[in-house]
Ligand binder design. Structure first.
Ligand code: NAI
Length: 211
């Protein structure tokens, strides 16, 4: 269970609620019934009620949900207004794509530094941030106190780099290296991302259709 006894599966659904509500807001929708929201999201109305009740419940009987209120409440629950400081390690193909295309601000983060061990990449501009040599990473952490690190480095480098970063106060990892950090560290928030796992799941499901 996550903090406050809310299950991690509920927490994992919150960004999806947030995304749907953002689209509804952008389309000018003021309120939505739980039935309409559930139809849009492919969840049952009772699942949505149960999820939101974990945080006090936000709907009104006979009215449904005020879209702007619910969007703001979920933003607050997710802590998206905190703008925590993030650094990115590995300015290769993946790291650059993430640095350039991820809207960090709307996800609660500010990207404050990009690091790579390859001197050839040092100084390269990636979305307005100059890549720094990872030799200066510890000093940067001492001075700037980043909260989270995004790991786009090979798995051999991820383990030792993570250990050093934890010593320097990093409390969360968005980990793209193919090394599952959660196996080693307690008390640190880790999101391991394996796009390949999702693709393999798709493979299974497509195969299943042919059975
Ligand atoms: P890449 O080779 O283009 O970039 C890796 C970069 O990391 C290089 O620029 C290299 O100099 C740098 N690097 C290596 N050790 C470092 C260290 N200790 N500190 C700082 N920088 C360091 O590789 P690409 O395609 O960008 O992929 C990066 C990693 O992410 C790979 O290990 C790959 O297997 C993994 N990956 C994971 C995916 C996922 O879904 N989780 C998807 C695609 C790649």
């Amino acid at each position: 269970m996550a903090k406050g006894n809310v299950s991690i599966s509920v927490i994992r659904r919150l960004p999806r609620y947030h995304r749907f509500l953002k689209d509804l807001l952008a389309s000018g929708t003021v309120r939505i019934s739980s039935g309409d929201l559930s139809a849009k999201m492919g969840l049952t109305a009772s699942q949505i009620r149960q999820d939101l009740n974990c945080f006090g419940g936000f709907g009104q009987q006979g009215y449904g949900y005020n879209v702007k209120d619910l969007y703001e409440q979920i933003s607050r629950i997710l802590g998206l207004d905190k703008h925590r400081k993030a650094i990115l390690l590995g300015a290769g193909n993946l790291g650059r794509a993430i640095a350039l295309h991820m809207d960090f601000a709307s996800r609660g983060f500010t990207l404050i530094g990009i690091f790579d061990s390859n001197p050839v990449l040092v100084g390269m501009d990636v979305g307005g941030i100059a890549v720094q040599n990872s030799a200066g990473l510890e000093e940067f952490c001492r001075q700037n106190h980043p909260d989270v690190a995004i790991l786009c480095i090979p798995k051999e480098a991820a383990q030792r780099t993570a250990a050093m970063l934890i010593q320097h106060g990093i409390r969360g990892f968005w980990n793209f290296s193919h090394y599952d950090l959660t196996l080693d560290y307690d008390g640190i928030a880790v999101e391991n991302v394996h796009l390949g796992d999702s693709l393999s799941t798709l493979c299974f499901r497509v195969n299943e259709l042919e059975q």
